[in-house]
Design a protein around this ligand. Structure first.
Ligand code: ADP
Length: 631
């Protein structure tokens, strides 16, 4: 039954074993691969997000730079028309050789340039020759130089407002030129021009940290805080544009070299990713561009994307760390849970096994119980049967004892009868002779003998009767005396001496009078048998009262050979006898044993250390019956 339960449990354990088919190592490897894949997928998006963030951050800087530049240009653009209004300019144009007027105009232009904070103001005649200039005092004086090749001059001479940016051919400075016609009543007689430099902006940009470039329509970088990029080009140069540049001497043609750059749009935003391979190494930027339409300029801010990459990598690393931490935590939790499940499963298994065992044991106990009940019934039946048999056996035992005693009895009866006969004859003689005293004494002896015989006969009758006696208080001294009376003929015949218990107050024990008497008769009979042929045979009876245990013991010791080890262990077994056939049935002790047990007592046997057997009858002390106790 237990085996079957075990098998069932093995079956149930099966699915749990399957859950363990992914080893921890495999799970960790899978998660790591997943993390790597996730990182590979996430990295471009993260990088793009950070790039857009960088672009957004620098947008304001770009707008500020564009506005400032536009503002500076707009402010300078209005100066030439205002200056052209000055009558003195027309006067000097009309009279260019006037030695009194020229220094004055020169000085006036210098003062004005200073106060307006512009690089140069100069006045050209219709041929483009500079006749007065704010730089008249300096080494790089414009006076005497001809700027007819500059578009701003031709535009102004045509009556418009000229504007142009270029590397100054005289100053070697990059500048923005504005020009306006100077007219009198005859028409345009000259051109006044204002040049501003924009180097200050570059210095400001350099401080801001971002790289700003200003490209013209020919893709030439005109302004930038990166001085090494001045006049470099981003994107292709058109052949026609190169020609114009050469004609107008706008830039030194040799400086116009393209930067090794390429760009791609940054998806979803108005930004570009610009890669420039510099001699110093490759640099990648987020580029956004604003327009200054009037100048035909594109202002771009270039923000290095290295921080975006660093941030993306940092974020990924943090995410990976968090994921790994999470993995570790969940691994630990998973392991704990698995352990817990394992424990629960083990407990459940143990429980099931225990239950199965308990069921098995219960069934076994039930079976044992049934068997016991059956056995008890059997025993009860057997006991009833035994009791019946015992009663019969007691009777048989008594009859056997009577048989044994009959020889002694006939002697017992014959002797007093003969004596009585002799006494009676003597009495007659005494009466005839008138010896009354002797006659009376003889009659008393005869009467005593008759009494004795009557007593023996009464005992025999009682003894031979089927036991009717109930169990109750029995006076033990009296029972011993009865038994000795009954045995008197045999005792007289033998040489044995009987030492009865010293007389004292009657002791009452639980028993049946006749049955207890029979036990004592049996024990005395056995003792006599055992002492047959021994010198000075003696039977000693002792009574021990033990009020604290409520018991009383009658011990009967003889001076026979005692019992062998075999006999000691089997003496109370029915039909155990060591006596010759016809001498003993082996029932006496067995019957006595059962009788005493019926009294709630015990019959025990032992060998006395000084020799001989000791039979002890252990009985329950009790109170005398009411009618005896009352007086
Ligand atoms: P029986 O007297 O018919 O043999 P019992 O049951 O009375 O049957 O006695 C059984 C045996 O116990 C005896 O045969 C004898 O061997 C032994 N036995 C009994 N009483 C004594 C005794 N007082 N001394 C030695 N042996 C004894």
């Amino acid at each position: 039954m237990i085996d079957a339960a075990d098998e069932a449990m093995t079956d149930r354990r099966q699915p749990r074993a399957l859950t363990g088919r992914w080893s921890t190592g495999a799970v960790v490897r899978m998660v790591l691969i997943g993390l790597c894949l996730g990182a590979m997928l996430a990295y471009p998006r993260l990088e793009r997000a950070y790039e857009v963030q960088i672009g957004d951050r620098d947008r304001a800087t770009l707008e500020l730079a564009t506005q400032n530049l536009r503002g500076a240009l707009n402010r300078a653009a209005v100066l030439p028309p205002l200056l052209a209004e000055r009558p003195i300019l027309a006067r000097v144009l009309r009279d260019p050789t006037n030695a009194g007027l020229l220094p004055f105009v020169n000085e006036q232009l210098r003062q004005t340039a200073l106060s307006l904070d512009v690089s140069d103001i100069y006045l050209m005649d219709r041929t483009g020759l500079t006749i007065a200039a704010s730089s008249y005092r300096t080494e790089r004086s414009f006076v005497g130089r001809n700027f007819a090749y500059r578009p701003y001059f031709t535009d102004a001479l045509d009556g418009g407002i000229g504007r142009f940016h270029a590397l100054g051919t005289t100053s070697g400075e990059r500048g923005y030129f504005f020009a306006a016609p100077v007219s009198d009543e005859r028409g345009i007689i000259g051109v006044v021009a204002v040049k501003i430099t924009l180097d200050a902006f570059e210095a400001t940009w350099a401080e801001s940290g971002a790289t700003i470039i200003v490209q013209d329509m020919s893709n030439v970088i005109f302004l930038s805080d990166r001085a090494d990029w001045h006049f470099r080009t981003l994107g292709p140069m058109v052949e026609a544009a190169l020609e114009t540049i050469a004609q107008t001497r706008q830039y030194p043609i040799t400086a116009l070299r393209p930067l090794a750059a390429h760009s791609r749009p940054l998806g979803g935003a108005n930004y570009q990713i610009l890669t420039i391979d510099d001699p110093g190494g490759r640099a990648v930027y987020v580029m956004q561009t604003g327009l200054i339409a009037a100048a035909g300029w594109r202002v771009s801010i270039l923000s290095p994307i290295a921080p975006a990459r660093a941030q993306a990598l940092t974020s990924l690393a943090i995410a990976a760390l968090i994921a790994l931490f999470g993995l570790m935590v969940s691994a630990v939790i998973g392991q704990r849970r698995a352990q817990l499940e394992q424990q629960l499963a083990t407990r459940a298994d143990e429980q099931t096994r225990l239950e199965a065992r308990v069921r098995g044991r219960t069934a076994e106990l039930d079976a044992a119980n049934r068997l016991l009940r059956h056995e008890i019934d059997e025993r009860v039946r057997t006991e009833a049967q035994l009791r019946r048999t015992q009663t019969e056996l007691i009777q048989a035992g008594k009859l056997a004892a009577l048989g044994q005693m009959s020889a002694a009895l006939s002697h017992e009866f014959n002797q007093p009868l003969a004596a009585m006969k002799a006494y009676a004859e003597n009495t007659a003689t005494f009466l005839e002779r008138g010896r009354m005293d002797e006659a009376r004494e003889n009659i008393r002896l005869i009467s005593a003998m008759a009494d004795k015989m009557a007593s023996i006969s009464r005992h025999l009758r009682n003894f031979a009767r089927r036991p009717q006696d109930k169990t109750g208080p029995v006076p033990i001294h009296a029972v011993i005396a009865d038994a000795l009376d009954l045995m008197a003929p045999r005792l007289d015949k033998s040489a044995a001496r009987v030492i009865p218990p010293p007389p004292g107050n009657e002791i009452w024990v639980t028993g049946g009078r006749v049955r207890l008497q029979q036990v004592i008769v049996n024990l005395i009979g056995n003792a006599l048998d055992a002492m047959d042929g021994t010198a000075r045979p003696t039977i000693t009876l002792t009574l021990t009262v033990m009020p604290q245990t409520g018991r009383c013991q009658l011990a009967l010791r003889d001076t026979g050979p005692g019992l062998s080890q075999d006999a000691l262990s089997q003496a109370f077994d029915p039909f155990f006898t060591t006596k010759a056939p016809g001498k003993g049935l082996g029932l006496g002790l067995s019957i006595s044993y059962n009788i005493v047990r019926d009294f709630n007592g015990r019959l025990m046997v032992a060998n006395h250390p000084d020799g001989g057997a000791v039979f002890t009858v252990d009985l329950e002390l009790t109170t005398p019956p009411a009618e005896i106790a009352a007086p």
